[in-house]
Design a protein around this ligand. Sequence first.
Ligand SMILES: Nc1ncnc2c1ncn2[C@@H]1O[C@H](COP(=O)(O)OP(=O)(O)OP(=O)(O)O)[C@@H](O)[C@H]1O
Ligand SMILES: [Mg+2]
Length: 440
Amino acid sequence: MANNRTSGMLTTFSESVTGRASISAMQMDDFFTDRFDKDLERYAQGIFVAGSMGNWSMLISFFSAFMIAVPTAFVMLAYHEEIDTALLGLALTYLLSLPYFLQQVAFILNIFLGNLTSLERLLQYTDKALPQEPEWFKESDPEASSWPTKGEIRFTQVTLRYQSSLPPALDNLDLVLKGGQKTGVIGRTGAGKSTVMSCLFRLVDPVSGTVHIDGKNICEIGLHTLREAMRIIPQHPLLMSGTVRNNLDPFKCREDQELLVVLAKVGLDSELLDTEIGQGASALSSGERQLLTFARVLLSDAKIICMDEPTSNIDAKTDEFVQKVVREEFVGRTVITIAHRLQSVIDYDNIAVMQKGKLAEFGSPMELLSDQNSHFSSMLSSLGAETASKLKIAASRAHQAHKVGITPMKSIDLSSPSSTMEIQPADLVDAKIDSKQEQL
Ligand SMILES: Nc1ncnc2c1ncn2[C@@H]1O[C@H](COP(=O)(O)OP(=O)(O)OP(=O)(O)O)[C@@H](O)[C@H]1O
Ligand SMILES: [Mg+2]
């Protein structure tokens, strides 16, 4: 009991130490002091009860041993003529030390039971009552080389809830993302954009409906096999303490040259490779952390790439640079990008507009823009007339490029008023050459 109560006290203590700046700024000192006092009191009660029980059990064992030893000693002394003197002496010696030994046994038993708390805690975590993760591998899992080949993703009537008491985060979602196409997912905050990815990676399984990748139901595939087939740049980059090298290539299966190339591609300094980045990569800025996770994805040849606001923490110029890398490096792969800057996805094959867990609109940017009342059109208009017209030109240029079967490679520069985004014949020729080289 006392050991269990220590955790509350330690939690409050560590929260107060790590969050002291916020506590002080929000003037929550009294709240945390009260909470710590209560935790301390509960701990003191626990310690008092545990100590008293230990002392009580020692007293009882000492007393019961005394009650056995003393009468037995008197009985033996009374019949000393019938008992061998040597045996009598030996028996009396042991009898008189019995209370002491029993008291010691009680003391050790108390300490042993106290230390069993850790085991108890471990058993709680391994308890069958805790929801278990689905299987990591299944015998029926496809080979990594044979699946996915196209990267087509099909959501059919998917409803997903984080908890049964909560409203659905995805509500009857029907969405087909063709293999090799790029899709931008946009929508208001809380619309369910990140949940689409959580569902794809099976962080949470749908309550109803199915998700198929290249015809295979992802719920029938082992978690590891499924996640190996895709790569994600999450909204909050996950990095480990260690060097940049460890983070880029944790299994040490890449050559230095490959690591340096991807670092250069995302615009990070090659000297960073052996730099210690501290716990949670605290030595890097948020933008650098995002670029590093981006570099990690570039190292992989997964057919499906998911990006959850990959450039939310980086400036517009670096975003532009990263988008250029996406266009060049992810040709032929299925890319899903959750974007907060419309210019990041304006030249994508498709845009999915999410609203309250439902798919509100889906189509190419030009299709959505052709309807003046569409959500996408109104989002674009809200950016201001000049930006909207530039993005419209960019969408039209991308549309023409897609029609002739090439991937637009030019990034959209909204900062320069002189930049023209109309497609030039030279662009088409260059891009066609690029595309032919890609096929070869
Ligand atoms: N772990 C969770 N537990 C419970 N509810 C959650 C959890 N994660 C998200 N939700 C809820 O699910 C809904 C969709 O959340 P989601 O994170 O997908 O939104 P989003 O469109 O990505 O928003 P944002 O643009 O702010 O990232 C929200 O109502 C949110 O409160
Ligand atoms: Mg999100």
